[in-house]
Design a protein around this ligand. Structure first.
Ligand code: ATP
Ligand code: MG
Length: 333
C-alpha cells in the first residue's frame, strides 16, 4: 500500500468525519465524511464540498482552530469543527457530532425547570395560606383549621418530591456498582403487597398474588427491589382500580436464569402515545388525577433506574380500556 493509501486507511479508522484539505481541494475524505458530505467529495474543490460559510472560512484560514456550528448534513445538527495544519500534507479537518452532548444538556435543563416548577406550586400555596393565617383575626376557627390542613398536605407533598429526587440521585450514583445481596424476590413482593393493602382496601381493590414456589435467590439490592415493587403495585392500585370491585394480579415467574415480575391491572389503560414517556421524570398522563392521589411523577423513573442497575428490562404494555401490565425481567446474577 502506498503512503496515501495507508493514510486513507488511517482516516477510515476514525469514527468522526475527517478530511485532509490541500491547496483548496479535498485531498482525502474518510468513510464518515463521505457518508455525510457525499461519496464524490474526494478531489473536489473545497468550496463545493463544504458550503457552510463559517466552516469554509475556518478551514481556509489553515490555522489551528475550533468552532461550533450547525447545518452540515441535517439542518440543525450541531458540530464542533477542529482544524489542524499538518505541514506539507495540508490541513486536517475533523467534525465532532455534538447532538448527544446537547441532548444530555437539554435533559438536564428540562429536569431543573420541571423540578423547580413542581416544588414552586405547593410552596406558593403554603405561602398564601400562611400569610392569611398570620393576619390577626382575618379568618374564623373553621377556616383556620382548613388552611392549616392544606399547608400540611402541600408541605408533605414537597417533602415527598424531595425524598423521591434524593432517592433517584442515590440510585443513579450507584448505577455502576453491582448490587451484592442475595434477595428472595417472592418475599419482596409479599412485603410490597402488604404495604399496599390499606390503599387497596379503601379502593375496594383485591390483590391476587401468583408467586413461584421457592424462587431462586437473585443478586440484588433488597431496599431498591422493594421500592420497585411498591411503585408498580401502588400505580396499579391508584390508576388501575377504576371500578368499585377490581383485581390486581402480581406474579413472579422463573424463566431459566431470569426472574419475571409482572403487575397487571384491569383499569382504563394508557394511550399508546404516552407509553414511551412514562419513565421520564415528572411525566404524568393525567397530572390532575395523579397529583390528587399524591403522585409526583417520579415513581416509574425510579423503577427504570432500579431495573437498569439490576441489568434488567422494564416493559409497560397497555391497551386503552383493557388495563395495564408492567413487566420487569431481571437476571439472577
Ligand atoms: N397502571 C397504570 N394505569 C394507568 N396509568 C398509569 C399506571 N401506572 C402509571 N400510570 C400513569 O403514569 C404516570 C407516571 O407514573 P409514575 O409512577 O411515574 O408517577 P406517579 O404515580 O404519578 O407518582 P409517584 O409514583 O411518584 O407517586 C402516572 O401519573 C399515571 O398517569
Ligand atoms: Mg407511581
Amino acid at each position: 500500500m502506498d503512503s496515501s493509501g495507508s493514510l486513507a486507511a488511517l482516516l477510515d479508522a476514525f469514527e468522526e468525519p475527517t478530511l485532509i484539505v490541500r491547496l483548496g481541494l479535498v485531498d482525502l475524505a474518510n468513510r464518515a465524511a463521505r457518508a455525510l458530505l457525499g461519496e464524490a467529495i474526494a478531489g473536489r474543490d473545497l468550496r463545493l464540498a463544504i458550503r457552510h460559510p463559517l466552516a469554509l472560512e475556518t478551514i481556509q484560514a489553515g490555522r489551528t482552530a475550533e468552532v461550533q456550528l450547525a447545518g452540515i448534513g441535517a439542518a440543525d445538527r450541531p458540530w464542533r469543527l477542529a482544524v489542524s495544519p499538518i505541514g506539507i500534507a495540508g490541513t486536517l479537518v475533523r467534525l465532532y457530532d455534538r447532538s448527544p452532548l446537547e441532548s444530555a444538556e437539554r435533559t438536564r435543563t428540562d429536569f431543573v425547570a420541571n423540578a423547580s416548577h413542581e416544588l414552586r406550586t405547593p410552596l406558593a400555596t403554603i405561602i398564601g395560606y400562611a400569610e392569611t393565617l398570620a393576619e390577626p383575626g382575618a379568618i374564623g376557627e373553621e377556616m383556620r383549621e382548613r388552611f392549616g390542613a392544606t399547608i400540611q398536605v402541600e408541605a408533605r407533598r414537597m417533602l415527598r418530591i424531595v425524598e423521591d429526587l434524593m432517592s433517584l440521585s442515590r440510585i443513579e450514583a450507584e448505577r455502576y456498582r453491582a448490587p451484592g445481596e442475595q434477595v428472595d424476590l417472592g418475599e419482596v413482593i409479599r412485603i410490597a403487597i402488604d404495604h399496599a393493602a390499606g390503599l387497596a382496601e379503601r379502593r375496594g381493590c383485591r390483590i391476587e398474588a401468583m408467586i413461584a414456589a421457592d424462587p431462586p435467590l437473585m443478586r440484588g439490592d433488597f431496599a431498591q427491589l422493594l421500592q420497585l415493587a411498591d411503585n408498580l403495585i401502588a400505580n396499579a392500585v391508584r390508576y388501575g382500580c377504576t371500578m368499585t370491585s377490581c383485581t390486581i394480579f402480581v406474579s413472579l415467574y422463573v424463566e431459566g436464569e431470569r426472574l419475571q415480575l409482572a403487575v397487571r391491572d384491569e383499569g382504563d389503560g394508557i394511550a399508546p402515545e404516552h407509553l414511551p414517556r412514562l419513565t421520564e421524570r415528572f411525566y404524568r398522563v393525567d397530572s390532575a388525577r395523579s397529583r390528587e392521589s399524591g403522585g409526583t411523577g417520579l415513581g416509574l423513573a425510579i423503577v427504570k433506574h432500579i431495573v437498569e442497575r439490576h441489568r434488567g428490562v422494564l416493559d409497560i404494555r397497555s391497551t386503552p380500556g383493557n388495563g395495564t401490565e408492567a413487566i420487569v425481567t431481571m437476571p439472577l446474577s
